[in-house]
Design a protein around this ligand. Structure first.
Ligand SMILES: CC(=O)N[C@H]1[C@@H](OP(=O)(O)OP(=O)(O)OC[C@H]2O[C@@H](n3ccc(=O)[nH]c3=O)[C@H](O)[C@@H]2O)O[C@H](CO)[C@@H](O)[C@@H]1O
Length: 374
C-alpha cells in the first residue's frame, strides 16, 4: 500500500488519453487542480500516440507513454494485447512506487485501464471520468472500486451498478470555452464550423463538400471553417477552392475557444466532449453520429441534444450521396432560418455545464482530503 505523505507536494496522475475526447477533459481538470495547488505535480500516463504527447506537452504537464494496447488488438493479436497491457500495469506500478501519487484519475478509453488497475492494487484512491451517455468499457470494468465516477449525462448513472458513487459533474472544459456560456444570444455569426472529432472524419468531410456544392448560393456570405483531420486536408481545401466558397481548413485547430466563439452553426460528429463544448458555446449543431462507435454511444449522445431542441441529427447513410443529400437538406433549412438557429442556441445553453472542471476537482479533492496541502 502506497501512502502519500501529507508533507510532500500532491501528485495527481491522469490515466488515459488515446484521443482528444478523453484527454482534453483531463487536461482541464489538471489546470483547475494546478490553480488550487500551485506546488502540485500533474502527470499524464497515456498510450504514446503523437497527438496525445503534443497536447500534454503544450499544457505544460508531464507525460509518460505506457505500452497499453486497445481492444481492437485483442481480437487480432490476443497475446500481444495481454502482454503489452500486463507490461503497462507493471510500468505504472514502478512509477507509482517511486512517485507515490495522491490520486489516479481515469479518463476513459483503453489507455486508462492499466494505470487504474495498478493504482487499485496499491491502494491509491481512484476517480473516473466518463464523457459519454453510455459508459464505456473502461468505466464499466473499473467503476466498482473507484471512489467516484464523474459523469457528463444524468442518464449515465442508470448504466452503472447501484453501489457505485456517481457524481453528476458534466464534462470538464477549457475556461475560455466555459466562458462562452455568458456570451450574447442575439448576433448572427456567419461562420459554419465543421468538426470531425479529434482525428477528423472522412465521411463528414466528403458529405460536407458534396452538400456545399448544392448550397453554393445559400453559403455565399458565410465562411466555412473546416477541421479535416490529417488525411483529407488537401482534398477538402481543393474542393472549397474549386467551389469559390470563403473558407479556412486545417487538419486540427489548436484555438478551439476562438473557433467556437465565432461559429453561428456547426456540423459535427457526436463525440461527447465536442458536444459539451458546443453546448457552452451555444452553437446550433447538425450532428452526424459515427455509426460504428461502441454501443452506438454517439447516436445516444446526439439524441440528448436533439430532444432538448439544440441539435438536428443527420444519420450517416450507406452511400455518401445519400448522406450528403440529407445533410444539404438540413443545412439548407437552418441557413435559411435565423430564428430557428437562435432557438437552438438557447437550447444548447440549457445543456451547458461550464463549471464541470471545478466540480470534478472538488470530487477529487474530497476523495483524498487529509493528504492535500496547498
Ligand atoms: C470514434 C469515437 O469513438 N470517438 C470517441 C472519442 O472522440 P474524439 O476523441 O474525437 O472526441 P470528441 O469529439 O468528444 O472531442 C474532441 C476534442 O478535440 C478538440 N479538438 C477537435 C478538433 C480540433 O481541430 N481541435 C481540437 O482541439 C475538441 O475541442 C474536443 O475537446 O472520444 C469521445 C469522448 O469519449 C467519444 O464520445 C467519441 O465517440
Amino acid at each position: 500500500m502506497s501512502e502519500p505523505s501529507s508533507n510532500a507536494s500532491p501528485i495527481f496522475c491522469f490515466a488515459g488519453g488515446g484521443t482528444g475526447g478523453h484527454l482534453i477533459p483531463g487536461l482541464n481538470v489538471a489546470r483547475e487542480l494546478q490553480q488550487r495547488y500551485p506546488q502540485a505535480v500533474m502527470q499524464f500516463l497515456g498510450s504514446g500516440r503523437p497527438q496525445e504527447e503534443g497536447l500534454v506537452a503544450s499544457a505544460g504537464f508531464q507525460h509518460y507513454a505506457l505500452s497499453s494496447e486497445s481492444l481492437a488488438t485483442a481480437r487480432r493479436r490476443p497475446w500481444q494485447f495481454l502482454w503489452r497491457n500486463w507490461r503497462a500495469v507493471r510500468q505504472a506500478r514502478t512509477l507509482f512506487q517511486t512517485q507515490k501519487p495522491t490520486a489516479v484519475i481515469g479518463l476513459g478509453g483503453f489507455a486508462s485501464v492499466p494505470p487504474v488497475v495498478a493504482a487499485r492494487r496499491m491502494g491509491i484512491p481512484t476517480v473516473l471520468l466518463e464523457q459519454n451517455i453510455i459508459p464505456g468499457r473502461a468505466t464499466r470494468w473499473l467503476c466498482r472500486r473507484a471512489r467516484a465516477v464523474c459523469v457528463s449525462y444524468t442518464a449515465s448513472a442508470e448504466h452503472l451498478p447501484a453501489a457505485v458513487k456517481v457524481e453528476q459533474t458534466g464534462n470538464p472544459m477549457h475556461t475560455d470555452i466555459a466562458a462562452l456560456v455568458a456570451s450574447s444570444h442575439t448576433d448572427d455569426r456567419r461562420i459554419l464550423l465543421i468538426l470531425g472529432g479529434s482525428q477528423g472524419a472522412s465521411a463528414v468531410n466528403r458529405a460536407m463538400t458534396m452538400a456545399a456544392e448544392n448550397l453554393r448560393d445559400q453559403l455565399t456570405g458565410w465562411t466555412i471553417v473546416h477541421q479535416t483531420g490529417i488525411n483529407d486536408w488537401r482534398e477538402v481545401e481543393h474542393e472549397y477552392q474549386r467551389l469559390g466558397l470563403e473558407h479556412t481548413t486545417s487538419p486540427f485547430f489548436s484555438d478551439m475557444p476562438q473557433r467556437y466563439a465565432a461559429a453561428g452553426l456547426a456540423v459535427s460528429r457526436a463525440g461527447a466532449t465536442t458536444l459539451a463544448e458546443l453546448a457552452c458555446a451555444g452553437c446550433p449543431t447538425i450532428a452526424i453520429p459515427y455509426p460504428y462507435a461502441a454501443d452506438d454511444h454517439q447516436r445516444l449522445n446526439a439524441r440528448e441534444f436533439e430532444t432538448a431542441g439544440a441539435a438536428k441529427i443527420v444519420e450517416q447513410q450507406s452511400t455518401l450521396d445519400q448522406t450528403a443529400e440529407l445533410l444539404a437538406k438540413q443545412l439548407s433549412h437552418l441557413l435559411a432560418d435565423e430564428n430557428r438557429r437562435l432557438e437552438m442556441r438557447h437550447a444548447m445553453h440549457t445543456l451547458a455545464r461550464p463549471l464541470a472542471a471545478r466540480d470534478v476537482a472538488n470530487v477529487i479533492c474530497s476523495t483524498v482530503d487529509g493528504s492535500l496541502k496547498r
